[in-house]
Write a protein that binds this ligand. Structure first.
Ligand SMILES: [Zn+2]
Length: 540
């Protein structure tokens, strides 16, 4: 590089309100990037001196520059290799997310070692780490869905798979205790697995057994698993689900605070919405789901008495959780048996359009009709899932990271808007409009907090030597624009850099400011993350 000035930076961000998340230097005006790392953070003039002929100069025009967002709770591993589009992580980068942790809620498609090795060959556009899903591990050990009491050999087999996963770089284990097969697991099984994970310095992330009716017992179980295994506990997408359960938010926070005061390392994550997103099986009472969906569909639902009990369970849940209103359950994408596609509509509206009166029983019948064979369809309870009070209360907890709980989406496919806008929504709605928390606090919960919860030592803070993951956004306009009906890119996210590579660039004249190409064989700028090995780093 003959003409680039000696010591010149690869890129600089000038005239920014730099929020570094570094207690030693919280605020600055500019930063420089060299070799994929932050090389300088400071005043405008000192950084301007690092500009050479080849330096990419990003004029921030007073906008905020901060570390790239770290999303500790995603499902972005699912469908990852379906096509090259998925490796671009466009719906993540467009919201400023530069690092994702996948494998949550007990779900994985393959062993962490295999997943990470495949990504080594096809580098993703964001930095990518994964947990080992307990449901996956149970399946990999050949344990039938519905089996509650495992043999000693079965437990040992699972511990062996977790051992391997941790050695291969998983950040910990995840559970999906409302799902098949997690809902059949005993606490002792989870403690045995979490103990292996803890020995490797990993953490225990849990989609708990209940987010509503049995929420308090579920929180206590997660805390007990942390206490008995020694693993740090990550409560996944914390919420208080169901109108009949909203009073529990205080008690949930009280239980977490008490455990923390007792020395148990409990933290968590949250997506900032009042509605959840999952497929219709969430409405099926657990005792009918445990044996697996094939049994549910081929046996239980064919027996009239059993079918009646299942329907009664669905009607009861909709009555207590959603005030009995089928209008509050939104379908974001479903093609019915008659070939008709429904998007961004409610269960009640589907029934009405079919000429059926939307009674609770008919709503339940429709949910049974929607039961997916795979993870294709989804419904969402709207306003009456979690209430805004709970969203704000949880958002105010300094140890709860912001997350998407989202999926890696082909661009603008219909889905829960959290996959397109969870992080900008916090900045637009809960920081700017509702003033629930200050900007700096919100950003900590998107950057340095999740980075430290994952044990990442070189991300989440803008400081010389750290990896150059950077977001530049406009405080005045940042916000979510996706809805159920119409997915959209968020507003106000102007520049996103991953390991120093510009992936979102507001300077491009085209409407689409996304800069990475599709289908190229070169791979993205993200790094494949493996859990930092404590003993290895201690030996250095
Ligand atoms: Zn979950």
């Amino acid at each position: 590089m003959p003409d680039s000035g000696r010591g010149a930076a690869d890129a600089v961000v000038l005239d920014a309100s730099v929020l570094t998340m570094d207690p030693a230097l919280p605020y600055a005006e500019a930063l420089a990037i060299t070799g994929g790392r932050i090389s300088h953070v400071g005043g405008r003039n000192e950084v301007a001196e690092l500009i050479g002929p080849a330096t990419d100069v990003i004029e921030a025009g007073g906008r905020v520059a901060c570390p790239g967002f770290v999303d500790i709770h995603t499902h972005t591993d699912l469908d990852l290799f379906r096509d090259p589009e998925h490796l671009l992580f466009k719906n993540y980068l467009m919201q400023g997310i530069t690092t994702v942790l996948a494998g949550n809620c007990g779900m994985s498609e393959m062993a962490p070692g295999e997943l990470l090795a495949r990504l080594d060959l096809h580098p993703p556009a964001v930095n990518f780490g994964t947990l080992a899903g307990h449901g996956y591990v149970r399946g990999a050990c050949g344990i039938p869905a519905g089996l509650e009491d495992l043999s000693g050999e079965q437990i040992e087999a699972m511990k062996g798979v977790f051992e391997k996963a941790m050695a291969d770089g998983a950040f910990g284990m995840s559970t999906g205790l409302e799902y098949i097969p997690g809902l059949s697991s005993r606490t002792a099984e989870l403690i045995a697995c979490a103990t292996v994970v803890a020995e490797h310095g990993g953490f225990y992330a849990s989609h708990m057994r209940s987010e509503g009716d049995h929420l308090l017992a579920a929180v206590e179980e997660a805390i007990r698993i942390g206490r008995d295994s020694g693993a740090r506990v990550q409560l996944s997408h914390l919420k208080t689900d169901g109108a009949c359960n909203w009073w529990k938010t205080d008690a949930v926070i009280g239980a977490i605070e008490a455990a923390r005061a007792d020395g148990i390392d409990v933290a968590g994550d949250q997506y900032p919405y009042r509605f959840f997103g999952w497929n219709p099986s969430i409405f099926i009472p657990g005792e009918h789901l445990a044996a697996g969906k094939p049994t549910l569909k081929s046996t239980y639902l064919r027996d009239p008495g059993h079918r009646r009990r299942i329907k009664a369970g669905i009607v009861d849940r909709i009555a207590r959780y959603h005030g009995g209103d089928g209008d509050l359950v939104v379908v974001f994408d479903w093609t019915d048996g008659r070939g008709q596609r429904w998007q961004g509509t409610s269960l009640s509206r589907i029934l009405t359009e079919r000429g059926v009166t939307p009674t609770p029983e008919e709503v339940a019948e429709l949910i049974l009709e929607m039961l997916p064979d795979e993870r294709d369809d989804a419904v969402m309870g709207t306003d009456l899932s979690t209430n805004d009070d709970a969203v704000r209360r949880y958002l105010s907890l300094p140890y709860l990271a912001v997350c998407t709980d989202g999926f890696n989406q082909p661009w603008l496919a219909p889905c829960h808007p959290r996959s397109y806008g969870a992080f900008p929504k916090v900045l637009g709605e809960y920081v700017r409009e509702k003033r629930t928390l200050p900007l700096e606090t919100a950003l900590q919960k998107m950057t340095s907090l999740p980075a430290s919860l994952m044990g990442l030592e070189d991300r989440g803070i803008l400081r010389a030597g750290m990896r150059a993951d950077v977001v530049v956004f406009d405080e005045a306009t940042v916000g979510e624009r996706a809805t159920f009906e119409a997915p959209a890119a968020p507003a106000g996210i102007d520049f996103v850099l991953v390991n120093g590579v510009v992936t979102v660039d507001r300077r491009t004249a085209a409407a689409d400011v996304f800069r990475l190409g599709t289908g190229s064989g070169q791979g993205g700028p993200g790094m494949v993350l493996r859990r930092p090995n404590r003993s290895a780093s201690a030996a250095l």
